[in-house]
Design a protein around this ligand. Structure first.
Ligand SMILES: C[C@](O)(CO)[C@H](O)COP(=O)(O)OP(=O)(O)OC[C@H]1O[C@@H](n2ccc(N)nc2=O)[C@H](O)[C@@H]1O
Ligand SMILES: Nc1ncnc2c1ncn2[C@@H]1O[C@H](COP(=O)(O)OP(=O)(O)OP(=O)(O)O)[C@@H](O)[C@H]1O
Length: 310
């Protein structure tokens, strides 16, 4: 693929349909067995080539712009810097992130921006890296980043970075209650360790009924197979989220669960009509900052063809 002057990559949020967490390892990370699903809630990352210098800059627009750093700590900047250094790229890039994924919401917003930036810079700088090479760089940036590259539905092992596709039939309808403020992922993992120090913690594993439910395509089967080991920790740090989960169930959601490390609450609806009804009730409840609906699964970070200019 030849280099481009500008490219936009659409990057989905993720949810964890199952998240089983083992005891912490000496490096502080926890082994996990998770089933990820990419949902149709997107950030768009536009990358414009800087031919005259090697600077990397980022601007953030959209719903959560003021909560995202625009310095070297931005995960998109880190992704571009990684490729630039690794492949001795002399050109720079101007990145613009249009954010609709909540920040520190447990939906991998920063991770998916990083995945999108890897895809964008690969094209912009004409690096011609394979999907496997991009996956390797994604794993250097964070546990969720490799999944954000592939999307759809996938099993995650190791720290979550070893992904393999899982078959899923049909379309699932999700509703998200986005909370005020975020939760720090390390803080939620630490809280889990605090809550279960004396208990024997089993190695992480995916529930077979989750895989069966995904193959069936039946939301009723998926509803009873969902699980998240981080939920108790997120609720311990933010007990009021329990009210949001219960409200969704009372309004007819098939299931309610914390998304990843939280504090976003996710609800599985029986169909698109029920999802709209639930979203309206949640928005009127005053229990959350905003409500979003999204279908799943969807592909991972991908170039919007009309956005490419040479
Ligand atoms: C909660 C999840 O989103 C579920 O998919 C992920 O486990 C978190 O993935 P992430 O945000 O990409 O996390 P990373 O950037 O890799 O790690 C941030 C921090 O989270 C904790 N962490 C993360 C992943 C993992 N398997 N065990 C951990 O204990 C560690 O304290 C780590 O320093
Ligand atoms: N591009 C980015 N978008 C959002 N947050 C970013 C970005 N780059 C860096 N950050 C920082 O990372 C922190 C975590 O943000 P992020 O939205 O990725 O959390 P999350 O969705 O809970 O992550 P995960 O689900 O992967 O644990 C934020 O508080 C923010 O300061």
């Amino acid at each position: 693929m030849s280099p481009s002057a500008e490219v936009t990559v659409r990057a989905p949020a993720k949810i964890n349909l199952g998240l089983s967490v083992g005891p912490p390892l000496p490096d502080g990370f926890h082994p996990v067995a998770t089933v990820y699903q990419a949902v149709a809630l997107y950030d768009d990352v536009t990358a414009v080539l800087r031919e005259d210098d090697s600077a990397i800059s980022v601007e953030v627009a959209g719903d959560f712009a003021d909560e995202v750093p625009t310095d070297e700590s931005n995960l998109a900047v880190r992704a571009a810097r990684l490729l630039q250094t690794e492949y001795d790229v002399e050109e720079g890039v101007e990145l613009t992130i249009r954010k609709t994924i909540p920040v520190a919401g447990g939906m991998a917003g920063g991770s998916t921006d990083a995945a999108a930036t890897l895809v964008a810079c690969n094209r912009l700088w004409g690096l011609q890296l394979s999907q496997t090479e991009l996956q390797g760089h994604a794993a250097e940036l964070g546990s969720d980043v490799p999944f954000c590259l592939v999307g759809h539905t996938a099993l995650g092992r190791g720290r979550g970075e070893q992904v393999t596709e899982v078959m899923s039939r049909g379309v699932f309808h999700w509703v998200f209650a986005i909370a005020d403020g975020g939760l720090s992922t390390p803080a939620v993992y630490s809280e889990l360790d605090r809550l279960r120090p004396l208990r024997r913690v089993e190695p992480p594993q995916v529930r077979p009924e989750l895989i069966t439910a995904l193959l069936s395509g039946r939301p009723e089967a998926l509803a009873i197979a969902l699980s998240n080991d981080l939920q108790a920790a997120a609720l311990s740090l933010r007990p009021e989220l329990g009210d949001t989960l219960q409200f969704g169930l009372d309004q007819g959601a098939l299931a309610a669960m914390i998304s990843g490390s939280g504090p976003t609450c996710l609800f599985l609806a029986a169909d698109s009509r029920s999802a709209v009804d639930l979203a309206v009730e949640l928005a009127a409840s005053g229990l959350c900052r905003m409500v979003r609906q999204a279908e799943a699964p969807v592909p991972g970070a991908r170039i919007l063809p009309a956005s490419v200019s040479r």
